[in-house]
Design a protein around this ligand. Structure first.
Ligand code: GLY
Ligand code: MN
Ligand code: MN
Length: 444
C-alpha cells in the first residue's frame, strides 16, 4: 500500500505535511532508466527573482528539479551519475550551505539530513564546494544531459539558471556530447505514479472543501474579490501553499474572458458566476471550474445551457482514454459540441454546413482547448500528438460562452487515465444543477 502523505518526519519545511520520499526516489529511477549508458545529468533550481529595491518575487522551484527531488529551496542542484563506480555518487544533491546570518534574515535553510529525508538522496554536498568535485565527474562521462524549459506556448527572454549553466558547461567542456533532458522529462512527467496522484488528490480535496464553503458564502451583492479572499483563507488554512494559479472569479459577462483575474465586480442577482480555482499541495495542483447562480437558482435558460455544457463534459469523459490522441479527441468533442450547440439554438444548420474546417462553427461559443495535462504545473508537460496513456492526468473543461446573452459557463474536473478508461478524481464535487441548488439553499 502506498502512502504519499507521510507523518513520520518531525520537521516541517513547507506548510504541507511531509511527503513520502519514495515519490521522488521513483521519479529519479524512471529518469535514470532513460539515460544513455555512461552518461550524467545535471539539473538546476530556478532563480530567486529580483522584484524592486531589495524585494524578491516569491520563490517558485523549477518543476523538473522538484519532480526529481521534492526540494523547494533556491540554489539547489541535482547530479545523476547512474554508472558512477562509487555508489554514493550515483545521486548527489547540491545545496546552499546553511549560514547563520542569512537564516536570521530569510529563515531556515535545509540541513543535509533534512534534505535527505525529503528527497531520499544520501549524498549531499554544499554549493560552495561543487566546482572542485564536478570536474572529475565530468571527465568520467562522455555524455551530459542538461535541462531546458521547452514550452510550445511560451518563450522567454530571461535566461534561467539551467540555460546559464548550459552555456558555462559548453564553454568549459566543448568536447563532451550534450543531450536534452527535456525530451525525456515531458514523456515521464506526463505519466503519474500512484504516489503522485495521492498528493494531487489532497490538493483536490482542499479545493472541494473550499467550493462547498463557497456554496454557502455566495449571495447577490458579494464582491468577486471577497470570494477570492475566501479561497485564499480556506486553502492556506488547510496546509495548501495557496492557489495553484490566479483564481478566476468571473460573474455575469466577465465569464467569457478566459483569463479574467481582475475579480473586482459585484455579483448580481440573476447572474451566473464562473469560478476557476485550484489548490497547490505538496507541489502538485488541482484545477476545478464550477459555474453557479449567484442567487442560488438557475433560470430556465441558464439551466438549459448549463446542462448542455455538462452533457458535453460527460461525453468527453467517455472518450478520454488510452489510445486516443488529443487531436482526435478535440475533433470528436467538436462534433459533439456542434450537435449540442445546434440543439440549444446557438448554431443553425446552415452555419454548420458552411463552416470553415480550420475554424469550425462551434468555436464561436467554445474557443479554448478542452483538456490539458495536470501535475506539478497546472498546464503540465506532455505531448498533444502522442496517444494518451494510462497514468496521465487530464482536465476536462468544456465551456459555452454566449456574447449575445452575456453568459459564460465552464465545468472542469480532473481525470486519471486508467488502462481501460479513466477515473474522475473530482467525482465528489457537486456538479449537477439539482445538487448545486440544494446545497446553496441549505447554505453550504
Ligand atoms: N485554470 C487554468 C485552466 O483551467 O487551464
Ligand atoms: Mn481551470
Ligand atoms: Mn484547466
Amino acid at each position: 500500500m502506498y502512502i504519499a502523505i507521510y507523518y513520520k518526519l518531525d520537521f516541517f519545511v513547507m506548510k504541507h505535511l511531509p511527503l513520502n520520499p519514495d515519490i521522488f526516489v521513483q521519479n529519479r529511477e524512471r529518469f535514470a532508466a532513460r539515460m544513455e549508458k555512461g552518461s550524467m545529468a545535471i539539473f538546476n533550481s530556478n532563480d530567486l527573482m529580483p522584484a524592486n529595491g531589495d524585494a524578491v518575487f516569491p520563490f517558485k522551484q523549477n518543476s523538473d528539479l522538484y519532480w526529481l527531488t521534492g526540494i523547494q529551496q533556491e540554489e539547489t542542484m541535482l547530479i545523476l551519475m547512474p554508472s558512477h563506480p562509487e555508489m554514493k555518487y550515483r545521486e548527489v544533491l547540491v545545496l546552499l550551505r546553511p549560514n547563520e546570518m542569512k537564516e536570521k534574515w530569510d529563515g531556515f535553510l535545509l540541513r543535509a539530513q533534512e534534505a535527505s529525508a525529503i528527497s531520499g538522496i544520501k549524498t549531499i554536498i554544499w554549493l560552495d564546494g561543487l566546482e572542485a568535485q564536478l570536474q572529475p565527474w565530468v571527465h568520467l562521462h562522455d555524455v551530459i544531459y542538461l535541462n531546458s524549459n521547452e514550452n510550445n506556448r511560451k518563450s522567454s527572454t530571461v535566461l534561467t539558471r539551467d540555460y546559464r549553466f548550459a552555456k558555462q558547461m559548453r564553454k568549459k567542456y566543448p568536447l563532451h556530447q550534450y543531450r536534452r533532458s527535456a525530451a525525456i522529462m515531458r514523456e515521464l512527467r506526463a505519466v503519474k505514479t500512484a504516489l503522485e496522484v495521492e498528493v494531487m488528490q489532497r490538493a483536490m480535496k482542499i479545493t472541494e472543501n473550499t467550493f462547498r464553503h463557497l456554496l454557502g458564502f455566495i449571495k447577490p451583492g458579494v464582491m468577486e474579490y471577497e470570494i477570492e479572499a475566501e479561497i485564499w483563507r480556506s486553502f492556506i488554512g488547510n496546509r495548501s501553499a495557496g492557489p495553484a494559479y490566479s483564481s478566476i472569479i468571473a460573474s455575469g459577462d466577465n465569464a467569457r474572458i478566459l483569463h479574467y483575474v481582475d475579480n473586482n465586480k459585484e455579483c448580481k442577482d440573476g447572474d451566473l458566476i464562473l469560478m476557476d480555482f485550484g489548490a497547490e499541495y505538496g507541489g502538485y495542483c488541482a484545477d476545478l471550474t464550477r459555474t453557479i447562480p449567484v442567487n442560488g437558482k438557475f433560470t430556465r435558460r441558464q439551466k438549459t445551457v448549463y446542462n448542455a455544457c455538462l452533457d458535453l463534459h460527460r461525453y468527453c469523459a467517455t472518450i478520454l482514454k488510452p489510445g486516443i490522441s488529443i487531436l482526435d479527441y478535440t475533433n470528436k468533442v467538436g462534433n459533439r459540441a456542434t450537435e449540442i450547440f445546434n440543439k440549444i439554438g446557438l448554431l443553425k444548420k446552415s452555419d454548420i454546413k458552411n463552416e470553415d474546417p480550420d475554424n469550425r462553427a462551434y468555436r464561436k461559443y467554445l474557443y479554448h482547448g478542452i483538456s490539458h495535462h495536470l501535475g506539478i504545473d497546472v498546464h503540465d508537460l506532455g505531448t498533444v500528438t502522442e496517444p494518451i496513456k494510462a497514468g496521465m492526468v487530464f482536465t476536462i473543461e468544456p465551456g459555452i460562452y454566449i456574447e449575445e446573452e452575456g453568459m459564460g459557463i465552464r465545468i472542469e474536473n480532473n481525470y486519471w487515465i486508467t488502462r481501460s478508461g479513466n477515473k474522475d478524481l473530482m467525482k465528489d464535487i457537486p456538479i449537477t444543477v439539482e445538487d448545486i441548488e440544494a446545497l446553496m439553499k441549505q447554505g453550504r
